[in-house]
Design a protein around this ligand. Structure first.
Ligand code: WT7
Length: 656
């Protein structure tokens, strides 16, 4: 967020109304319609969601209570029975959508594949039968560690079809990180590929799985199912490892969707927090299906003729909610792309838009800033006139990047839907509705109907407009996370007690700073905790510190985010060494590599500074605020008098 400071956004007064032709055909037209929905949902949230759930989803059995709220634990559509894959697949087969493209996939080396709803249904059913055959039962957890290929989506849906919660681990995470997640989830089976293509290189995914499972270190895992993608030589452990294509060939395509309770676990997705290990965010079936369905439909004004492309990876919540479940539940055509802009093909995104006539394009600010640096020639060399709506997610978008996106990619005719949400929220929380909400560059605008978002101080008192405070939500919503997997207490502490409940009212604490302006528009200021956002990827500073101190040379480590014009933030680590080690460049390189091994390349520190000591309070707490200032080369902000040893700062300033 290069220039998203309070000062710069306070001066942001530009307002862009949805184009008249788009607004005239939108599902939700104009602000009056939005206000009316918002007020209706606020007055009777349960009635609001119940009506939509009955209208938009297929239920095998209706619920007998809309919401059971025992703070901080919510149940939605109690005793309702459904299967999200029935809503994503089966119900479209009896309509003209049967032969509509469900998934359009473009591979990095230039191969491609389109699956109609009928074809996707068939493959999902076959895979569901394969999972059963390998002993996976309703309730068993399945790990998915895959490149961006159709089989990743098929694997997720196959799990959901038989009621086996999936836990997708981003293919960029290391073997070590994969092991932690499989262990925490007690996965029974892992689905992977021989490898994946990433930036002109082959990522050896199966080898990482082998390493994660070496010496039977995750005994819950009984089988590994392997998709053939790169055709590199890999080891197949007899008895444990099986080829996807071999089992698929013999599998029946008849697999009725398992009736799931609305509150049955759909998936676990690990994300970084302030403290400790990554936490398993738990999402359940009914509320998640409804909320991802509705938010995509209204915010992006999804039409049957749209070709919708979200550039995220299925390893993140954006991929779960808005590549797979949200689009398919709506019967949309969703594009999946294996590649990322790389030296050999910088313009690949624009090629994909032109090739498939993409109408809705949803990406991250860090990507947009990288495109700006690559120059306007690349997008201008392609025909992008099919685009009608643009979206952004992952971090605050600076007004300059917003304007470039609007002008160069959107040709000044596409609304920009800036969606604020989190792994924990399941779906968009604060977002424009494309056909209704006038947008302001840098603002995620107004809360989605049913979302009682607010700005409060640390005690939970509302703050006046334009002052800034903590972003909270005052009422449960259908796709909210249900708990931290296996740790209700951590769930309660992290999200619901950070701001103490008052008069029995619990506030969901998001971890973001925010300001609301006089028009009720929200301006997200970024994380207020020790979570940093590198290229839209969320990393806990503690996690990286633990990785560093697990190296024998490191005595102590403190990690902070340093502002970066393209990536938002980058990882900056201060390290003190054990006595017997010397501060060399070779050691810096080794430590960076060590972090890659422990977590993955996304966590690699951009810079490591060795220090004799770290600034601490008299009670021994590292003063990160100062380290953040030092990393960014800024003047120190705040009072240094609580410091134990003032000379530490001088030494750090001279730095190495
Ligand atoms: C954090 C959540 C939700 C999918 C991607 C990230 C930041 C997300 C925005 C936005 C400003 C944003 C917040 C949030 N964030 N979207 N539109 N404007 N900040 O999911 O990894 O769970 O990270 O991303 O800081 O708390 P996540």
């Amino acid at each position: 967020m290069s220039d998203t400071t309070i000062e710069s956004i306070l001066q942001e007064h530009r307002l862009f109304s949805p184009p008249a032709d788009l607004a005239a055909q939108a599902e939700i037209q104009g602000m009056a319609a939005y206000e009316q929905l918002y007020e209706q949902a606020k007055a009777d949230p349960e009635g609001f969601w119940a009506e939509l759930a009955a209208q938009e989803l297929h239920w095998f059995q209706s619920w007998n209570q809309v919401l059971d709220w025992q703070p901080p634990f919510a149940k939605w559509f109690v005793n309702g029975k459904l299967n999200i894959t029935y809503n994503c697949l089966d119900r479209h087969l009896t309509t003209w959508r049967r032969n509509k493209a469900a998934l359009i996939w473009e591979g990095e080396p230039g191969d491609s594949r389109t699956l109609t709803y009928a074809q996707l249904y068939r493959e999902v059913c076959q895979m569901a039968n394969v999972l059963k055959q390998l002993g996976v039962q309703k309730g068993d957890r399945v790990g998915i560690y895959m490149p961006m290929i159709p089989e990743a989506a098929i694997a997720m849906l196959a799990c959901a079809r038989i009621g086996a919660p999936h836990t997708v681990v981003f293919g960029g995470f290391s073997a070590e990180a994969l092991k932690d997640r499989l262990e925490d989830a007690q996965a029974k089976l892992v689905i992977t590929a021989d490898g994946g293509f990433r930036k002109d290189k082959v990522v050896p995914l199966k080898a990482a799985v082998d390493q994660a499972l070496a010496n039977n270190s995750v005994p819950s895992v009984q089988h590994v199912l392997v998709v053939q993608r790169t055709r590199e030589e890999i080891l197949m452990e007899p008895g444990r490892d099986r080829w996807w294509h071999e089992l698929q060939a013999g599998a029946s395509a008849d697999c009725p969707a398992e009736p799931m309770d609305s509150e049955d676990l759909l998936f676990i997705l690990y994300t970084s927090g302030t403290t400790g290990k990554p936490k398993g965010v738990v999402h359940t079936t009914g509320g998640y299906n409804l909320y991802t369905h509705m938010t995509l439909k209204w915010a992006f004004d999804l039409k049957d003729t749209d070709v919708y492309w979200c550039t995220a990876d299925v390893g993140w919540i954006t991929g779960h909610s808005y590549i797979v479940y949200g689009p398919l539940s709506n019967g949309a055509t969703t594009v999946m792309y294996e590649g990322v802009p790389r030296p050999s093909n910088l313009g690949c995104f624009w090629d994909v838009i032109e090739k498939y006539g993409v109408t809705i394009f949803y990406t991250a600010p860090t990507a947009i800033r990288a495109f700006i640096k690559m120059g306007d020639e690349l997008p201008k060399a392609r025909n992008l006139s099919s685009l009608r709506i643009l979206g952004t997610v992952g971090e605050p978008i600076n007004p300059e990047a917003w304007m470039w996106y609007h002008q160069v990619i959107g040709g000044e005719r596409c609304p920009i839907v800036d969606t604020w949400w989190q792994t924990e929220t399941g779906g968009f929380m604060i977002t424009p509705l494309a056909g209704a909400t006038p947008t302001k560059p840098g603002s995620a605008t107004r809360p989605f109907p049913g979302i009682l978002a607010d700005v409060v101080d640390i005690e939970g008192n509302p703050v006046p407009d334009n002052t800034g405070g903590y972003l909270v939500v005052r009422y449960p919503w259908p796709s909210m996370m249900r708990t931290v997997y296996g740790d209700d207490d951590r769930f309660r502490r992290t999200y619901w007690e950070y701001i103490p409940p008052k008069d029995g009212q619990y506030l969901y604490f998001a971890g973001d700073g925010v300001r609301r302006d006089a028009d009720g528009y929200f301006w997200i200021m970024g994380r207020v905790d020790d979570v940093i956002n590198v290229s839209g990827h969320r990393l806990g500073t503690m996690e990286i510190e633990s990785a560093l101190v697990s190296h024998p040379a490191v005595a102590e480590a403190a990690v902070v985010g340093r502002k970066d014009p393209v990536r938002g933030e980058e990882v900056f680590a201060f390290v003190t060494l054990e006595r017997s080690y010397s501060p060399t460049d070779a050691l810096k390189a080794e430590l960076k590599q060590h972090v890659v091994q422990e977590i993955g390349a996304i966590a690699r520190p951009s810079e490591i500074q060795f220090a004799d000591a770290l600034p601490k309070t008299r009670s021994g707490k590292i003063i990160r605020r100062f380290l953040r200032n030092l990393a960014s080369g800024e003047d120190l902000v705040g009072d240094a008098s609580t410091m134990e040893d003032q000379s530490v700062l001088d030494q750090l300033r001279q730095g190495s």
